[in-house]
Design a protein around this ligand. Structure first.
Ligand code: 7PM
Length: 275
């Protein structure tokens, strides 16, 4: 199986590592946009050195609980970073739910659109359909501001699967080939620890034919709940979670700590190759 990601054709034979690049104003300096851009680009290049297969650039508009960011602010943050990184050795994804930014990002060389609302917004499917980019369709219950207040499911695995299946059908109907599609259960997006663990242990049931499966668990609150640690001290927990995800059928893991994840996957792969 392959993922068509703009001009890149990625083999899904081995698990892929997507490195997270946040482009957010630095609260410790007033260096301004140029400093924020330079910092994000340097971080992204570091993640490539560490062995990332894909970069995911986000301007923070989709983060749970985060204040909404205007289109103008999001494009000011994301586009300069994207322009600096597109044309490099690995595909660059843009994490946005705004169709306007999707179009501009694709024109600037983005190879993937990562949308936590699964291209359900007005004009989102149209913004990506007639392009070669990959799309990540994520499940979320509720809205970022309130989704963790009372997550509720009768059967979380079944409901997430049915939702993703419906969004894949909508994408295919809009003209997006299955080899361009990635689905993601959206860990922490309107889910309790119990929901997240049910999804992680039954991940294989979320694999849809011909479609890649991506999982983002890196440094998330569920790992804080399990270990009692702050986000920056969740590296070991995140690596364990990424391994569990890959063992249970994930094709791509979205992580902050690329080097640590790569090493763990290298060892896991060596053991697996003995069969
Ligand atoms: C605070 C809480 C800040 C959570 C950032 C986050 C995912 C994503 C994010 C994911 C896909 C984070 C999240 N998570 N996109 N964007 N899948 N496809 O940990 O799980 O980065 S934001």
């Amino acid at each position: 199986m392959f993922l068509q990601c703009g001009k890149f054709r990625l083999s899904l034979e081995r698990p892929l590592v997507m490195g997270v690049v946040n482009v957010t104003p630095d609260s410790f300096s007033d260096g301004g946009l140029f400093a924020d851009t330079a910092r994000a680009v340097a971080h992204a290049r570091q993640l490539v050195e560490e062995g990332a297969d894909i970069l995911d650039i986000g301007g923070e508009s989709t983060r749970p609980g985060a204040a909404p960011v205007s289109l103008e602010e999001e494009r000011r943050r994301v586009l300069p970073v994207l322009e600096a990184l597109a044309g490099g050795k690995i595909p660059v994804s843009v994490d946005t739910r705004k169709p306007g930014l999707m179009r501009e990002a694709i024109a600037a060389g983005a190879a993937m659109v990562n949308d936590v609302t699964a291209l359900s917004g007005a004009g989102a499917l149209e913004a990506v359909a007639k392009t070669p980019v990959a799309v990540c369709l994520m499940h979320m219950q509720g809205e970022p501001g309130t989704m963790q207040s009372n997550p509720d499911y009768r059967d979380v695995v079944r409901e997430v699967r049915d939702y993703l299946d419906g969004r894949v059908s909508a994408a295919v109907a809009a003209g997006i080939a299955r080899e361009r599609i990635v689905v993601d259960p959206g860990f922490g997006f309107g889910k309790t620890l119990e929901h997240n663990l049910a999804l992680l242990s039954s991940l294989r049931e979320l694999r849809l034919p011909g479609v890649a499966l991506l999982v983002g668990l890196s440094r998330k609150a569920m790992l804080g709940k399990l270990t009692g640690r702050e986000p920056k001290d969740r590296v070991h927990a995140s690596v364990a979670a990424a391994l569990a995800a890959v063992q249970n059928g994930a094709h791509i893991v979205r992580v902050h700590d690329v080097a640590a994840t790569r090493d763990a996957l290298t060892v896991w792969q060596a053991v697996k190759n003995q069969n």
